[in-house]
Design a protein around this ligand. Structure first.
Ligand code: DP6
Length: 392
């Protein structure tokens, strides 16, 4: 049996990918740009194994068997990797051998956070190692699992270039700057209580391309300008500029969701209260120290600098009180010494949009991080004696 185990990070876009020009190859209508988050707090972990005794491809995700041979996106990723391996003529095992794949996210799926990006990036990275093709261009393959997954193959800031060709060979992700470039860029994810069923990203963007006029304007005029400007902001460590572009792009993406017919509503009242909170906070401190962005759901991803984390958390706790806030489980991830102070000019008692309790499930504190990593045999999620998932 041949086994590989890898981890891959989550990424959160500053400039959103929304809309495809080719549904099958997953080719986007605009460039996008993201921050890769540290795998210490959130990651997908995947073990892929090949053996002569396996009867069919099987995949387990978070302990449950999920369709693999019936999943065209997963099969496409596998076929592409196998083709690269065949072309190299360095196969370690016969190409016909079936696979057992076990994947887990180390963050709750219930959080509704972008798990498909980390999941497909990890699958492709693990398969590439298994078939011995890890030095090849993998982002164009991960892209075919889930568009945003291509950006999780690098750490730091990553740009997915939409490309021009019809076969997708130039639709690839490339690093803009490694995580070391901006080490003190931190992230607070506010996981919002919400039970509504959302339209999936895949469906939402398909409907938007079909029905929204605004999406064409964004892809053609706004994104190219914004992407160039945010790359400059990253190069110059200009947080205020990065923050403004990020917030504007999030707002425009959700405007397009509403411009879709029938409309897709991803943010809820709590999300909108967070938006007001961030603007009120920045105004109170007289500087743009905090940025929000929302994907296809109500949870907020806040970007800020490390030195501001404690004052921001204090402000969040003042404005969004939670019965659970004293518990260690409420703020997960990197520990924070909470600092309720007015030294930076923010008055915790300022009038804020709402004062309801318990609006968040919890908060995750993380930072910018590195790309995928290959792990040793002892980290396997698979029982190598019979190829079944381990119960851990
Ligand atoms: C709002 O990558 O999940 O998170 O390519 O159809 O699988 P598919 O969509 P997906 O869309 C992500 C959309 C987004 C924005 C982003 O990550 O850029």
């Amino acid at each position: 049996m041949f086994i590989e185990t890898c981890i891959a990070p989550v990424n959160i876009a500053l400039i959103k990918y929304w809309g495809k020009r080719d549904e099958e190859l997953i080719l986007p209508i605009n460039d996008s740009l993201s921050v890769t988050l540290s795998t210490d707090e959130m990651c997908a972990k995947t073990t892929a194994a090949a053996a002569a005794s396996f009867k069919r491809h099987i995949m387990w995700l978070n302990g449950e068997e999920v369709p693999f041979e019936q999943n065209p996106r997963a099969m496409r990723c596998l076929k592409e990797i196998q083709q690269l391996a065949l072309a190299k003529e360095q196969l370690k095992f016969p190409i016909e051998w079936k696979l057992h794949i076990v994947s887990r996210n180390n963050f709750p799926t219930a959080a509704g956070l972008a798990s498909s990006a980390a999941g497909y990036a990890c699958l492709v990275y693990a398969l590439a190692h298994l078939y011995g093709v890890q030095k090849e261009e993998l982002t164009a393959i991960a892209r075919q699992g889930s568009g945003s997954a291509c950006r999780s193959l690098y750490g730091g800031f990553v740009r997915w270039h939409m490309g021009k060709s019809n076969d997708g060979t130039d639709s690839i992700a490339l690093p803009v700057a490694p995580c070391e470039h901006w080490q003190d860029l931190h992230v607070l994810i506010l996981v919002v209580n919400d039970a509504r069923k959302k339209t999936s990203s895949t469906k939402g963007m398909q409907l938007a391309v079909e029905t929204s006029d605004l999406i064409k304007y964004r892809a053609q005029y706004c994104v190219p300008q914004r992407t160039a400007a945010i790359v400059d902001a990253i190069k110059n460590h200009d947080f205020a500029k990065l923050a403004e572009i990020t917030m504007r792009d999030s707002n425009q993406f959700h405007a397009i969701a509403l411009d879709t017919y029938p409309p897709c509503v991803y943010m809820n009242d709590v999300s909108h209260a967070i938006v007001e909170f961030v603007h009120a906070f920045n105004k109170a401190v007289g500087e743009v120290k905090l940025a929000y962005t929302f994907d296809a759901g109500p949870n907020a991803c806040l970007y800020l600098l490390e030195r501001d984390v404690s004052i921001v958390l204090a402000a969040i706790k003042n404005s969004f009180p939670n019965d659970a806030e004293q518990s260690v489980e409420y703020v997960k991830g990197i520990p924070i010494a909470c600092d309720i102070g007015e030294k930076n000019g923010f008055n915790g008692n300022a009038t804020l949009p709402i004062n309801n309790k318990n609006l968040f499930k919890y908060i995750i504190h993380t930072r910018i991080g590195k790309g995928p990593q290959r792990l040793g045999k002892s980290e396997s999620l698979l029982d190598s004696s019979n190829g079944s998932p381990l119960n851990n």
